[in-house]
Write a protein that binds this ligand. Structure first.
Ligand code: DON
Length: 564
């Protein structure tokens, strides 16, 4: 609690809400409103907004901006993401604020003069930066659905940046890991180290340049970011370092309101993100396949279910690679077919319950993707819900802090495919739907999801983790719907990931018994242990008690479920 007491916000409010109070596998339970995020401080900021009469969208905006300060690993104003809003009394809607390629982008931009692929340029350069979308997206969501004044929602982030906040254990560890990358960029080194030495848990971290940028956003709205001083500082840094983003790219950026995807699973309605994220297609397609099995009878963590899940994942990821990209550039994408029950039935027929399938070798592996994004879930007293995931792509994105403006730039252009036709066994993808083009959005895996039962809000879920996101979200839903776990148990349970190629099941090494793994090997699966997968932040509405139950992912420190 010491980090909260040090917080220069309305500390008295502390008396009025719960922060991750329960232990063991108990979820955090509250009656009225809740935010579950990877930053306990930001969750608290969102709850205070609801206590002042704000709705779930207001709380999401305030939480997201606070996380741009307290969780610089992935919280951001220099990146982008997706927000799904389900009002309790209306149609769900989605906000797409994915970054866009600058106007000078082109499909061969990741090749050097000799026509060879240049990883550095694609993932770790000023050219890897997409035009940020977060500020436009949050503002559009607020303008269409928010209740409290914009300034009220930005102010806590301004204060946290100007007055500082107490560094937690997770931030200490992640900042330490980044010092080598920050050393290339003096503004990053100045902002995120103490004269080159790491911040430690308990230290106060102040970010004065970021505070001034947030003040401009507070006072001018998106113009405080996309025009004037902030945009000029960003473009100056681009021009000095071979970046492509121009003042015109900044000024012309727009977030997009879209219709989320709808699916069903065993009588539940599933609301998922549409392209340019592949998340909604993936989650719904896999649920459709698994609906044909008695998942519940086989039992959580059983080899039978893990095999079926892996085979569903294999097929869905193959479809993802073949078909998905920015809908504004790929009008022919067969999304309706991919999420149909008929397509799932066809795919299910190809699954052998007694043997692993083979992913065809003439296809390809996937490039490395980091697992640093962040998701949070919000439910307010009227049972309006927000599911939001946003990212800088890698941890701390490009690691470039805009000099004088104090925010970190994404390296999201790395999510575009490598080059036309450049599909290699070494991990490059050259399929057409996701090649870089001017103003195009790169394909994402982010999967903010809302589940509804008989017209009533049931569950809000999502996670970071690159392509593992889709599979983590799938498993949180199966754990709650089929295995009747509470929100915390559903988050805690071991996770697997299969992505078609490489053809193997990645699994959390503490999550499954040796005999279960032996059965999977016997079915022909290659197994690959990892430490941790994702960081799901989940809220479930308990229909019996009416309470909100929050599951915080303890795989990463510093998170918190706050509510009242
Ligand atoms: O949009 C995407 O799918 C990736 N850029 C997300 C990266 C990611 O999730 C990293 N971390 N969790």
């Amino acid at each position: 609690m010491s980090r909260l007491v040090a917080l220069p916000l309305s500390v008295l409010m502390l008396l009025n809400f719960v922060l991750s109070a329960n232990g063991g596998n108990d979820p955090t339970r509250v009656r009225t409103g809740m935010v579950v995020s990877q930053s306990d401080i930001a969750s608290q900021v969102g709850v205070e907004v609801m206590q002042e009469g704000g709705n779930a969208v207001d709380a999401a905006v305030a939480t997201a901006l606070a996380m741009a300060v307290t969780h610089p690993t992935a919280g951001n104003i220099g990146g982008g993401g997706f927000l799904i809003f389900r009002p309790n009394d209306g149609e769900p809607t989605a906000f797409d604020f994915r970054e866009k390629a600058p106007a000078a982008a082109h499909p061969e931009m990741w090749l050097n003069e000799k026509g060879e692929y240049d990883y550095q340029r694609h993932h770790e350069s000023h050219k890897a930066v997409g035009v940020p979308g977060t500020v436009a997206g949050l503002h559009l969501a607020w303008k269409t659905h928010g209740k409290l004044p914009w300034k009220r929602l930005v102010e806590p982030a301004v204060r946290l940046a100007a007055d500082g906040f107490v560094v937690g254990d997770g931030l200490e560890r992640s900042l330490k890991e980044q010092i080598d990358r920050f050393e290339k960029y003096p503004a990053s080194l100045a902002q995120f180290t103490k004269d080159g030495k790491p911040y430690l848990a308990g230290d106060l971290l102040k970010q004065p340049d970021l505070a001034r940028t947030l003040e401009r956003i507070r006072d001018q709205g998106p113009a405080g970011f996309y025009e004037g001083e902030t945009a000029e500082l960003l473009v100056k840094d681009m021009e000095a370092n071979g970046g492509l983003i121009t003042l015109e790219d900044m000024k012309s950026y727009t977030a997009q309101q879209r219709t989320p995807l709808r699916g069903t699973y065993r009588g539940y309605d599933v609301i998922g993100m549409c392209p340019p994220s592949s998340g909604g297609v993936g989650v719904i397609e896999m649920l459709n396949i698994l609906e044909g099995y008695d998942v519940r009878a086989a039992g959580a963590g059983s080899a039978a279910n893990l095999h079926r899940m892996a085979e569903a994942m294999r097929r869905s990821f193959a479809d993802r690679a073949q078909y998905l990209g920015d809908p504004d550039f790929n009008p022919e994408m067969p999304v309706a077919r991919l999420i149909s029950k008929e397509h799932a039935a066809e795919l299910r027929k190809t699954i052998d319950e007694s043997a692993a399938s083979i992913s065809t070798p003439e296809s390809f592996e996937w490039a490395y993707e980091s697992d640093e994004t962040t998701h949070f879930s919000v439910v307010d007293g009227d049972r309006n819900a927000v599911s939001m995931t946003y990212t800088l792509e890698y941890a701390y994105g490009s690691a470039i802090t805009v000099p004088g403006a104090g925010f970190i730039l994404n390296n999201e252009m790395g999510d575009f495919n490598a080059a036309p036709g450049m599909t290699t066994t070494g991990g490059l993808i050259g399929t057409k739907p996701n090649l870089a083009l001017p103003k195009k959005r790169m394909l994402s895996s982010m999967s903010p999801t809302i589940v509804v039962k008989d017209g009533e809000l049931f569950m809000v879920t999502g996670s970071p983790g690159g392509r593992t996101i889709i599979n983590t979200v799938l498993q949180t839903i199966l754990n709650v719907v089929d295995h009747e776990m509470n929100a915390q148990e559903a988050v805690d349970a071991g996770r697997i990931h299969h992505q078609w190629l490489p053809s193997r099941i990645q699994y959390e090494n503490q999550g499954f018994s040796p005999d279960t793994l032996a059965i999977l090997r016997g079915l022909g699966h290659e197994l690959y242990p990892i430490d941790k997968q994702g960081s799901a932040e989940v809220i479930v509405v308990n229909a019996k008690t009416g309470q909100l139950e929050g599951g915080v992912d303890r795989r990463r420190p510093d998170g918190g479920a706050a509510g009242y």
